[in-house]
Write a protein that binds this ligand. Structure first.
Ligand code: HEM
Length: 138
């Protein structure tokens, strides 16, 4: 993976890809979660889920691909970085929350539990974003 560091553009290009992924993930999730909270009630929730959630998943895939390549350039230092480890742990928790949201059929059942799951999701992904930026400063 040293070629990623020796090239002047490769690492910055990965960061750009990472941020495109963040924008797709957070942009679509926030829109969908606002709908779970009852905003834009005229929009059919299942149709919105079919449009927004695959795009959010694509955003996550871009983050994971570019993130793992960035990680591979400096694994030892990143594993010793508490903020990176916290980010990865929270990311897994947010993934479990998303899996539970779908496993219980929350898209079809916009009750209190669905709203708690949506609020937890927004908070966790925003914190993952902040921790991602923070890694460079510890
Ligand atoms: C498997 C998934 C992911 C991996 C392996 C990963 C890994 C990384 C790595 C290695 C960095 C560079 C850290 C540095 O040296 O400064 C980084 C930066 C960052 N990550 Fe992730 N990440 C992942 C997912 C995410 C997600 C889902 C988000 C947002 C919700 C996110 C937000 C950020 C941000 C905002 C930065 C800073 C980018 C910059 O300063 O240009 N990451 N990530």
């Amino acid at each position: 993976m040293s070629w990623l560091l020796s090239s002047a553009w490769a690492y910055p290009a990965l960061e750009v890809l990472h941020l495109v992924g963040v924008a797709l993930l957070l942009g679509n999730l926030v829109l969908f979660e606002l709908r779970v909270f009852g905003r834009g009630a005229a929009l059919p929730v299942e149709a919105l889920a079919r449009l927004a959630l695959p795009l959010a998943l694509l955003g996550f895939a871009l983050c994971a691909l570019s993130g793992l390549l960035m990680f591979a350039t400096n694994p030892a230092e990143l594993l010793a970085n508490r903020v990176f480890v916290l980010k990865m742990s929270l990311l897994m928790l947010a993934g479990c929350n998303a899996a539970m949201f779908h496993a219980r059929g929350s898209v079809q059942k916009l009750d209190r539990t669905a709203r708690v799951q949506a609020a937890a999701s927004a908070m966790m992904w925003l914190t993952v974003l902040a921790l991602g930026r923070w890694i460079a400063y510890v």
